[in-house]
Design a protein around this ligand. Sequence first.
Ligand SMILES: [Zn+2]
Length: 266
Amino acid sequence: MLYEFGEHQFEIKPLQKKIPDETRWIVFYQGELFAKQPRWEASSSIKDSKNALYVGHLNGHPYYVVELKQNDSHPQSIDMRDVLHQSESAFLMVSRAKQLLQWRKDTKFCGACGKKNTIIDWEYATHCYDCNVRNYPRISPCMIVLVIKGDQLLLAKNKNSKHNFYSTLAGFIEVGESAELAVKREVKEEVGLEVKNITYLNSQSWPFPNQLMLGFVAEYESGEIDIDKHELLDAKWFNTNNLPVMPPAYTIARWLIDQFVKLKEK
Ligand SMILES: [Zn+2]
């Protein structure tokens, strides 16, 4: 199967220490992305750039992220998921910016001894010189899987989701576990089914808060649907010509579903 995942037009040049004049800004305030809609980057210059972090280049422009202490000039907060609809490269920039900012905040102090960390300026790292521990931006691997059975696909409604849609199954990979084992375990735990022929297809960075989603397809092997009521409201088999409300475009969940639908329509 498959394919391409959007248009990756951004690049990360070696860490940019000096902020160039032509810099464009990604601005956060109290954890929210701020800009004048429909833009996702700030249009005015930033005075408080002391703690700015280089994010990458997009279409030739350097982008830096900063968290403002006061919100003077950027009156609107934007749902980061809305940026996802604008373009995948824009979302990648904002996603990366959010995670870098959060990492920098989370590693101000050493987690082992509690002393102040030093910011390393030649790579994305902070360092504790007392216990010689270096901290890099952290990502959490998750698996996301489309379970298929002949012409049908299994989709589930999550209990804690604000959205009223059916999606693929997903979960964090546990310590000591391979991604494939996590697929088997999660499918068994969430819907009570055994799966086989687990195949990796694609991945997506998902900054809520710092997941790397590893996308799989797996074939139904045995069992009856028996949902974990702590996690799910419902799960069922759907035919490709009778699909429910699903996650928005550009999410890896939707991408996995769309690939299967396209394959079946051929
Ligand atoms: Zn320490």
